[in-house]
Design a protein around this ligand. Structure first.
Ligand SMILES: Nc1nc2c(c(=O)[nH]1)N(C=O)[C@@H](CNc1ccc(C(=O)N[C@@H](CCC(=O)O)C(=O)O)cc1)CN2
Ligand SMILES: Nc1nc2c(ncn2[C@@H]2O[C@H](COP(=O)(O)OP(=O)(O)OP(=O)(O)O)[C@@H](O)[C@H]2O)c(=O)[nH]1
Ligand SMILES: [Mg+2]
Length: 417
């Protein structure tokens, strides 16, 4: 394995930039520019040189087996000028290190067995987390909650497997049919229940991770774009008294009390005259139908039945002109509307589990399926089912993973993570 380097902080003016070096040559290369390094994990102030002094920087060294990548790591905490960072990186390059690929530090952590796949996935979620719920969800997994949970279940399965094997051995000796101890079925039932609960919490967890879509729909001129602008607190969408102002779907990402919500402003629903307008209306219908929730904004009580779904919100606009629920002009009722939306979405993330990815829930379902065949099964089949279930649980954590899946996960990282 070669030694890699990268700036871990996004390049910017001022502040402190960290350049990390990881691999078997990290310590030697680090000492080549910073002189002798002290004990692992002690920050020391050093002149970092390549001919002349590049910077006076804090330098930290990590031992292999006790670092984020599992390898020798040296960190340089530099003055954050791009030119300082560039000079150090070319000095490291001249000494045989190469620039890391996106996510390569974390990938090495995975390959060296320091970071399980589920935690690497959660790290990628953490790096793009925009809301408190997303951060908390990712942090629980980064902190090892999912790993501990799955390991706990695997231990129960291993115990159940050992009991089954013992009963098989016993049966051989006594020449009598093997009898499965009651504890085995109890253990398997516990594991299955736990898995099913986690699978049950998948949809909610997935919504936290991926966020919700809330479509604003209704007839032309209802004030949909005005409402979007009011939610955004700035002019995102064009507004005019001409019917058919909005054609494309406009997206506004928002943090609604900790939940990630994308509001969609859509074209007014109508019998459109020309082709482009018809395309806009078709797009509005499609996106509205696929959204998690629709706000039907109306000036009278008529709601387009084709996109209306039970549980949607029907809201009368322009309350400043007479009867209505909200006004995008004065802001009346908008906070209450957003609170109502937040409550409705929050109800859907109640009971969110730790499992938030299709890959993980599929492995869990495999484990549950394997255990489902165990009732009244002969001990040999039982032993096999337990073994399969344990393997599937192992997959949830993912201590091994196919290369293309690794590429997919780690390519979403920046260089330096
Ligand atoms: N300066 C700096 N800050 C950082 C990081 C970093 O690499 N450098 N991190 C980078 O992402 C995060 C911290 N993550 C880390 C994860 C594991 C280990 C580590 O040394 N693990 C060892 C020992 C654990 C222990 O002593 O408790 C191990 O897992 O074996 C270090 C940092 C965020 N802050
Ligand atoms: N008085 C009043 N006028 C409003 C309100 N909301 C929107 N309007 C006006 O209604 C007209 C249409 O507003 P838009 O926000 O463009 O309506 P829309 O629903 O996005 O319309 P389309 O994009 O054509 O479907 C504009 O002249 C707005 O200024 C409101 O709450 N009160
Ligand atoms: Mg509009």
């Amino acid at each position: 394995m070669d030694t890699i380097y990268a700036e871990t902080t996004p390049p910017g003016r001022g502040g402190v930039s960290i350049v990390r070096l990881s691999g078997p040559g990290a310590r030697a290369i680090g000492e080549g520019v910073a002189g002798a390094l002290p004990e692992a994990r002690q920050a020391v102030l050093r002149s970092v040189r390549d001919g002349d002094v590049i910077d006076r920087a804090l330098v930290i060294r990590f031992d292999p087996g006790a670092s984020f990548t599992g390898e020798e790591v040296v960190e340089f905490h530099l003055h954050g000028a791009p030119v300082v960072v560039r000079r150090l990186m070319s000095a490291l390059r001249a000494r045989g290190a190469r620039l890391a690929e996106p996510g390569e530090f974390t990938r090495r952590g995975f390959l060296n067995g320091v970071v399980p796949l589920s935690e690497a996935e959660a790290l990628s979620d953490l790096l793009v987390a925009e809301t408190e719920a997303q951060r908390q969800q990712a942090m629980r997994i980064v902190s090892g909650d999912l790993t501990r949970w799955a390991d706990g279940l695997r231990e129960k399965l291993i115990r159940a497997g050992a009991l089954v094997e013992a009963s098989l051995d016993f049966a051989d000796e006594e020449d009598a049919p093997a009898e499965v101890p009651a504890e085995v079925m109890a253990l398997l039932a516990e594991v299955r229940d736990d898995i099913q609960r986690s699978v049950g919490g998948f949809a909610a967890a997935e919504r936290i991770r991926a966020g919700f879509e809330v479509a604003i729909v209704g007839p032309p001129n209802a004030g949909k774009s005005s409402l979007l602008n009011r939610i955004a607190g700035r002019d995102v969408a064009l507004v005019s008294d001409e019917a058919g102002t909005t054609r494309d779907v406009l997206e506004l990402r928002a943090d609604l009390g900790g939940l990630a919500v994308t509001f969609l402003d859509t074209a007014g629903l109508r019998e459109a005259e020309n082709k482009v307008e018809r395309m806009g209306v078709a797009r509005a219908r499609d996106r509205a139908a696929a959204a998690d929730l629709r706000i039907h904004l109306v000036t009278d009580a008529t709601v387009d039945q084709e996109v209306h779904v039970e549980g949607d919100l029907v809201v009368r606009s322009k309350s400043d002109l007479g009867a209505g629920d909200i006004s995008a002009v004065t802001g009346e009722g908008v906070d209450e509307l957003l609170e109502k939306v937040r409550e409705m979405l929050a109800a859907r993330v109640a009971g969110a589990g730790l499992v938030s990815r299709a890959r993980q829930v599929e492995a869990l379902q495999d484990a549950a399926d394997a255990l489902a065949v165990t009732h009244h099964a002969p001990p040999e089949l039982l032993a096999e089912a337990v073994r399969l279930a344990a393997l599937s649980l192992h997959e949830v954590i993912g201590r091994v993973a196919p290369d293309d899946y690794l590429d997919e996960i780690f390519s979403t990282f920046c260089i330096g993570k």
